[in-house]
Design a protein around this ligand. Structure first.
Ligand code: SAM
Length: 192
């Protein structure tokens, strides 16, 4: 089963388990770099939780996800259209003040990340920022039916080498889901 099959098959349960998670600390770390009312792209938006938060806080937020089923649920949840596309197909140019990629780029192969970060760089306006998160570590491969590429700060820096993007800040957090507090996440704010 591919990662996308996983999300399409488990869309309803994934949506209900993640749509109400509290990510306030992460929003704060990201939004301090985004102008009030600015344009935000939620890349790999899943349930639509974060699009909803950004819209409710006055931003112009839009999102995409490769899972058809999650796009449908996210669109219902946010009452806004969600684009069904994937990282390798996006062609946005100079449109966003911020790109939010929460636990989504982690499903790409490591070898794909440099070209995808170039696409995200192109999608950003001058001085725009990206928030992204990965499971912390060096593992790459299938885990419980999905493909994962874990990263450390050092491997993230190396992925960004061929781009103009710079890591402004990186930090490690514990998973916010109950019972998964032992899982560590690498978070980063990256600027153009
Ligand atoms: C762990 S979930 C995170 C969802 C959401 N960002 C969140 O924080 O709850 C990963 C998401 O990435 C999406 N995804 C996986 N591969 C993708 C790709 N190549 N392009 C776009 N979205 C992708 C999945 O469908 C899923 O919604």
């Amino acid at each position: 089963m591919s990662t996308l099959d996983y999300y399409n098959r488990h869309a309803e349960s994934f949506h209900s388990e993640t749509k109400l998670l509290n990510l306030n600390d992460l929003y704060e770390a990201f939004l301090k770099h985004v102008p009030a009312g600015g344009a935000i792209l939620d890349a790999g938006c899943g349930s639509g939780r974060d699009i909803k938060y950004f819209i409710e806080h006055g931003y112009q937020a839009t999102g995409f996800d490769a899972s058809t089923e999650l796009c449908r649920l996210a669109s219902e949840f946010t009452k806004t259209p969600v684009l069904n596309t994937s990282f390798d197909l996006i062609e946005f140019d100079n449109l966003f003040d911020g790109i939010w990629a929460c636990a989504s780029l982690l499903h790409l192969k490591k070898v794909e990340l440099p070209s995808v970060f170039k696409k995200l760089e192109r999608a950003l306006k001058k001085s725009g920022v990206i928030y992204c998160s990965f499971k912390l570590g060096d593992f790459e491969g299938e885990r419980n039916g999905r493909y994962f590429c874990d990263l450390t700060h050092e491997s993230l820096e190396s992925v960004l080498k061929g781009t103009e993007l710079k890591v402004l800040k990186h930090w490690v957090t514990s998973d916010v889901r109950k019972g998964r507090e032992d899982e560590q996440w690498l978070n980063a704010i990256i600027s153009k």
